[in-house]
Ligand binder design. Structure first.
Ligand code: B12
Length: 210
């Protein structure tokens, strides 16, 4: 386990900031630093699952991650490259309040030239539908980290279909717990557990829709 992964896993806020700053100053790839932070969060998640950590530690880990992100984010926008691309409606689905991963994806997509409408967290299907109608978005990105979010994603895809919008819309879902099985369950077009891959998927969508 790297020093940074360990510092996050051990919830050492000051040490995390110090290590991230050192790495950025040394010219390390911001995405690689982000990935280490993400690995640290996975360890926190495992500790929570096994009963070593409780909700308070989970909350603290979120704050530590946010602080690390505030240092990494300014360096990230150019990491995904520039380009011309259409509108993405993005949000964390109903019943889920995890926003850290979604926020990263928003930054990466913007960096890649996409216009992003971020609806925030706990977003009901009809709010996604309204925003897609309003903006004419051709890509829908949904984030979900808890099991109940799978049904919300499915309900959102159904709502979009009922509104007659599905034909001209590509749907990508993401989040640490998302899998091929979830993809099939909710009827999306692609899934990922990695933000940069999410950007590549959206770029692919653009090519496919041409
Ligand atoms: C931090 C955290 C919290 C924080 C969130 C703070 C915040 N502001 O987001 C708080 C404390 C609020 C929280 C609450 C809860 N949490 Co929580 N949490 C976590 C933890 C430790 C880290 C999540 C995280 O931010 N990771 C870092 C980000 C960067 O990674 P990411 O989200 O995967 O995002 C990346 C990719 O997946 C992708 N991506 C993400 N979204 C999208 C979307 C698109 C469109 C694309 C293309 C890509 C993409 O890009 C990102 C960058 O690479 C995870 C453990 C884990 N291993 O994930 C548990 C975890 C997700 N939580 C869990 C649980 C159970 C809960 C609670 C139910 C706890 C409780 N008893 O109340 C509540 C849920 C409340 C709710 N209704 O949503 C479980 C979920 C288990 C399950 N399968 O249901 C986990 C897995 C922990 C565990 N192992 O048990 N949590």
């Amino acid at each position: 386990m790297s020093e940074l992964v360990n510092a996050i896993a051990e919830l050492k806020m000051a040490e995390v900031s110090e290590l991230v700053t050192q790495k950025l100053d040394a010219g390390e790839d911001p995405m690689a630093i982000l990935d280490e932070c993400r690995q640290g969060m996975d360890v926190v998640g495992d500790k929570y699952k096994s009963g070593t950590y409780f909700l308070s530690e989970l909350i603290l880990s979120g704050e530590i991650f946010k602080q690390a992100m505030s240092l990494i984010e300014p360096k990230m926008e150019s990491a995904a490259g520039q380009g011309d691309a259409p509108t993405v409606v993005l949000g964390t689905v109903k019943g889920d309040i995890h926003n850290l991963g979604k926020d990263i994806v928003a930054v990466l997509l913007k960096g890649a030239g996409f216009k992003v409408h971020d609806l925030g967290i706990d977003v009901p299907p009809k709010v996604f539908v309204e925003k897609i109608k309003e903006t004419g978005a051709t890509i829908l990105g949904m984030s979900g980290l808890v099991t109940p979010s799978f049904d919300s994603m499915r309900a959102t895809v159904e709502a979009v279909t009922e509104a007659g919008l599905r034909e001209n819309l590509k749907v990508v879902i993401g989040g640490g717990v998302i899998s091929e099985q979830v993809l099939r369950h909710c009827g999306a077009d692609a899934f990922t557990t990695d933000g940069l891959e999410g950007v590549e998927i959206c770029k692919r969508f653009v090519e496919e829709m041409k």
